[in-house]
Design a binder for this molecule. Structure first.
Ligand SMILES: Cc1cc2nc3c(=O)[nH]c(=O)nc-3n(C[C@H](O)[C@H](O)[C@H](O)COP(=O)(O)O)c2cc1C
Ligand SMILES: CCCCCCC(=O)C(=O)O
Length: 409
């Protein structure tokens, strides 16, 4: 039983349970903002179901006693090939918001992408020394000053931090922001019908303290120019701007085609995330897993390839790696973990004999999400007979044809 954690809080045994319990803890308009996507949700659904078309082909008697799930991303060793995609406004799911998500990611030693629409200052998200890597997501805006001040702040958290009165160069420890994730697929926001139907809005006085510090975003007029997306952006201009303003690695997030993967390589990006924004931008685009299969034959080994969208199980992570991804991210599981955290009560000790109960523990909810995926991934590796992440390859998968026939990849 050593490899199995049988009892989880609140009867949550898999990410689906987490989704159900977390969703029940949220207001309808917030729940639908998080869980739904663009138009008829075709891509949103396919992101998940694409994984079900593959079957794992285990090998036996492989001596998996030294099984190692570790890998590297953004130049840093992490616990397993999984991290959090940047998602906006975590405080709508839990009052501790991105701080809770960050603490859980740090405890687990996995990477976290921080949205530029985070509702907590990036300096507070990384307030203590952490050894896991972070990536700052940047939307391409017309307002270049907003992006430049964001980059400066992300870099200064990365380069120098005072810990226990000692100045630490976090570049050496692996902590802090190591990369920018440029969101390439939002020249406009997608049409999310739930937001129209629910008249989705954020609470009065809310800010995006990383992009527009001090601005009450609920007071802005629709289409406010200072916050507008850059609909003139092109490859050369974007790369020139970011290379000029940062020393951090530059990853492109929102790659949907082989042609754009080629352009990312040609323009010297440091990595790509194959992503359709969790089905929230253009509906009817293919599942990200199907795009991965097209991109791997031309891009593998030339640029690090990550994927997000629909990853809900350890077997999904295994399948993406077997199809050639170097790393996997997911967005919504962190949100559901935060929301589940609303009903996790924790006892904290004040002295050796007295303790108090904290009602809301967002960090514990997010840790639950990570632990589930980690346990499932480790179990999958063990049962498939893979001792290290680099051993996972397409020989461990078959494609299940609609006829029921299994075909080799
Ligand atoms: C509620 C929500 C907010 C998001 N906000 C951002 C964002 O601010 N910037 C960004 O680049 N992507 C954003 N995304 C997209 C995620 O980074 C990621 O691509 C997506 O969640 C992956 O799909 P998954 O949720 O199925 O794992 C958001 C996604 C969700 C669900
Ligand atoms: C003006 C705030 C927009 C936040 C958008 C965040 C996002 O990308 C999402 O998918 O939602």
């Amino acid at each position: 039983m050593a490899n199995r954690q049988r009892k989880y809080d609140n009867q949550v045994y898999c990410i689906k349970d987490l989704e159900i319990l977390g969703s029940a803890n949220m207001l309808k308009s917030y729940r639908e903002y998080y869980n739904e996507g663009a138009m008829d949700l075709i891509t949103l659904r396919e992101n998940e179901t694409a994984y079900d078309r593959y079957r794992i082909r285990p090998r036996v008697l492989r001596n998996i006693s030294d099984l190692d799930t570790a890998t590297t991303i953004f130049g840093t060793k992490v616990k397993f090939p999984f991290g959090f995609s940047p998602t906006a406004m975590h405080t709508l799911a839990h009052p501790e918001g991105e701080v809770a998500t960050s603490k859980a990611a740090a405890v687990a030693n996995i990477p976290m992408g921080l949205s530029n629409y985070s509702t907590i200052k990036l300096e507070d998200v990384i307030a203590e020394r952490r050894d896991n890597p972070y990536a700052m997501q940047v939307s391409l805006l017309k307002n270049k000053d907003a992006m430049i001040q964001l980059i400066r702040r992300a870099e200064s958290v990365y380069f120098s931090k005072v810990c226990s009165k000692q100045l630490i160069n976090t570049r050496d420890s692996g902590a802090g922001f190591k990369a920018l994730l440029l969101t390439l697929d939002v020249p406009y926001l997608g049409r999310r019908l739930n937001e129209f139907r629910n008249d989705f809005g954020v609470p009065k006085g809310m800010e995006y303290p990383n992009l527009f510090p001090g601005v009450d975003v609920t007071n802005l007029e629709d289409g406010q120019e200072s916050m507008a997306y850059d609909d003139c952006a092109d490859w050369a201009g974007v790369m020139e701007f970011f290379r000029k303003h940062t020393k951090l690695d530059i990853w492109g997030k929102g790659i949907y085609t082989v042609q754009d993967a080629e352009l990312a390589i040609e323009h010297g990006m440091d990595g790509i995330i194959i992503s359709n924004h969790g089905g929230r931008q253009l509906d009817s685009v293919p599942a990200s897993l199907d795009v991965l299969r097209e991109i791997v034959p031309v891009a593998k080994g030339r640029i690090p390839i990550a994927i997000d969208g629909g990853i809900r199980r350890g077997t999904d992570i295994f399948k993406a790696l077997a199809l050639g991804a170097d790393f996997c991210f997911a967005g919504r599981p962190a949100i559901w973990g935060l929301a589940v955290g609303r009903s996790i009560q924790s006892k904290i000790y004040i002295t050796l004999t007295r303790f108090t109960t904290i009602k809301y523990n967002g960090q514990k909810g997010v840790e639950l999400a990570i632990n589930l995926l980690y346990d499932e991934f480790k179990t999958t590796m063990a049962l498939a007979g893979c001792r290290s992440v680099t051993e996972i390859g397409k020989e461990y998968l078959s494609l299940l044809q609609p006829t029921g026939v299994l075909s080799k990849l």
